[in-house]
Design a protein around this ligand. Structure first.
Ligand code: FPP
Length: 235
């Protein structure tokens, strides 16, 4: 395939509706969502995508019913525990964005373990957005800059630059996403990578996340490949 995006970001939407349509609990939809993620991750790896960022839990998702949050946390813990060794074997590097301090200690430990285990891997970077919100990320980043200022680590009268803001974000070190995919027919960013998606190409599909497969990923990449990216310039 020509021109594979270096970084793909995905809003995995529609798990709840997928379950409700089958008169099942929403958690069943999330569990099926993990299966979809497996298939997409495998395809991304096969295609040579550099970074795959998935929106697994947003800063706003805490407003969901307690039972659903608990089910999502259990799923996350189960996934990290069962999958990290297999991903390590595939040379996948696991990273996260978002504020992990809000999670249970046990979850934080398992995530740290998975990150440490895979830190030296050179294949696909699988980046999971957890307790992530772009506004929260930007606010944390700016607070980090202010802290440096207070410690006198910035030059005298140094102005904040785009580069300094980019450096302060959780995604530092990763290229901005070339392609954003959102499933389930919703067409909004929902506080996902607002800074980084300034020039990202967006592909929206009606397919609900649990039904999304590696083949759908290929279709989205093909749409991306036919886009004319001008970054504000002209031909
Ligand atoms: C959005 O669907 C999906 C989520 C809020 C959670 C996404 C989580 C997973 C796919 C599984 C967990 C991930 C990992 C890495 C283990 P929705 O519930 O908002 O669906 P709806 O809009 O149809 O209600």
């Amino acid at each position: 395939m020509k021109k594979i995006p270096e970084h793909i970001a995905i809003i995995m939407d529609g798990n709840g509706r997928w379950a409700e349509r089958q008169n099942k609990m929403r958690a069943v939809g999330h569990r099926q969502g993990v299966e979809a993620l497996r298939s997409v991750l495998e395809k991304a790896d096969e295609l040579g995508v550099g970074h795959l960022t998935v929106y697994a839990f947003s800063t706003e998702n805490w407003a969901r019913p307690k039972a659903e949050i608990k089910a999502l946390m259990m799923l996350l813990l189960e996934y990290i525990k069962s999958e990290s060794k297999a991903l390590h074997k595939k040379n996948v590097r696991i990273t996260t964005i978002g504020d992990l301090t809000a999670f249970d200690q046990k979850i934080q430990r398992e995530i740290e373990k998975a990150k440490e285990l895979t830190a030296g891997n050179t294949g696909l970077n699988f980046n999971i957005a957890l307790n992530y919100g772009a506004r929260d990320e930007i606010a944390r980043g700016i607070n980090g800059i202010l802290e440096k200022e207070r410690r006198g680590e910035r030059g005298e009268n140094a102005k904040v630059t785009e580069e300094e803001i980019s450096r302060s974000l959780d995604t530092w070190g990763m290229p901005d996403p070339d392609l954003l995919i959102r499933t389930s027919g919703e067409m909004r960013l929902s506080n996902f990578l607002l800074w980084q998606l300034a020039y990202g190409e967006m592909v929206f599909t009606e397919v609900l996340w649990p039904d999304f497969t590696g083949e759908h990923l290929v279709e989205a990449i093909e749409i991306y490949q036919n886009r004319d990216r001008r970054f504000g310039s002209i031909e």
